[in-house]
Design a protein around this ligand. Structure first.
Ligand SMILES: [Zn+2]
Length: 278
């Protein structure tokens, strides 16, 4: 925390090199970046930490390690775009672990159902904060999973209104991407993924209990064949966020299953994580 305090009192904030090297060493999915990209990412992190307030909540004491680990993951998607995509964000709030968020859904009869659910991250719309569980932001053992990239993808998506799976196309970078091309590729991949998950669901036993270790193992074996986390079936906005996570941290299954989506994400983020420049 000491360095963060110093950061704001210095005219040229800079992340100490040992801290930066230690951060990179813990983020294996950054290893496709070359030295120039890594230097640019460090600079972007310094700008993000200078512009936006990061706050510990729920008893979490924010340290330099935590701040830089989160900034490095948050800045990866905008490395070849602009930090302006995060302008519409009040700040970053970090809880020690999952936190409880009120949820609401209107059913087909128009009845509002409200409940409280523990989550690992949340991107609050209309200029709100990104809220993260540090335990999850620091977990890299589940293939394709990255809560920081996921929530910041929602923030990017919210750049032109509500998150809907279609992020803003910037005239400086995205003149070659057509809205129709984007919608067609993403909706056809989404429909295909939905039917793949539905057919796997049909293979689960009728008395399926996720808390039963045998059932859980069966579920994991069955769903391991999917190129994306089944959470992507929630809606097109979640599909975009989950696809962005996979694009950066486990790109090969996504590129094989949905090459048009991979190609569009690569043109959108102006990066190709399958080609190492390291
Ligand atoms: Zn999400």
């Amino acid at each position: 925390m000491q360095w963060i305090k110093q950061l704001f009192s210095r005219s040229k904030p800079s992340i100490p090199d040992p801290l930066w090297q230690a951060t990179i060493a813990r983020l294996p999915f950054l290893h496709f970046l070359g030295s120039q990209d890594l230097a640019a990412l460090k600079h972007l992190c310094e700008q993000l930490l200078d512009k936006k307030t990061m706050t510990g909540a729920g008893g979490l004491e924010l340290t330099d390690d935590i701040a830089v680990m989160i900034a490095a993951q948050a800045c990866l998607p905008v490395l070849h775009l602009t930090l302006d995509l995060y302008d519409d964000m009040a700040g970053i709030i970090v809880y020690p672990a999952e936190f409880v968020v009120p949820q609401a859904e209107v059913d087909e009869a128009g009845v509002v159902h409200e409940w409280r659910e523990p989550v690992s991250g949340e991107a609050i719309g209309a200029g709100g904060a990104v809220v993260l569980s540090w335990q999850d932001a620091d977990a890299f053992d589940v293939p394709g999973y990255n809560v920081v990239i996921h929530e910041f993808a929602h923030k990017i998506d919210m750049g032109n209104g509500d998150a809907n799976g279609c992020p803003p196309f910037l005239s400086a970078f995205h003149r070659d991407i057509g809205l129709q091309e984007w919608k067609e590729a993403f909706s056809s991949a989404y429909d295909d993924f939905l039917s793949r998950v539905e057919s796997l669901d049909a293979g689960l036993p009728e008395n399926f209990d996720p808390d039963d270790p045998h059932h859980a193992q069966h579920y994991d074996e069955l769903f391991a064949s999917l190129p994306l986390d089944p959470y992507a079936t929630q809606n097109p906005a979640e599909f975009f966020a989950v696809a962005t996570e996979a694009f950066f941290v486990q790109p090969t299954p996504l590129a094989q299953a949905y090459p048009r989506v991979y190609d569009l994400l690569s043109r959108y983020y102006r990066q190709d994580p399958m080609i190492s420049r390291a």
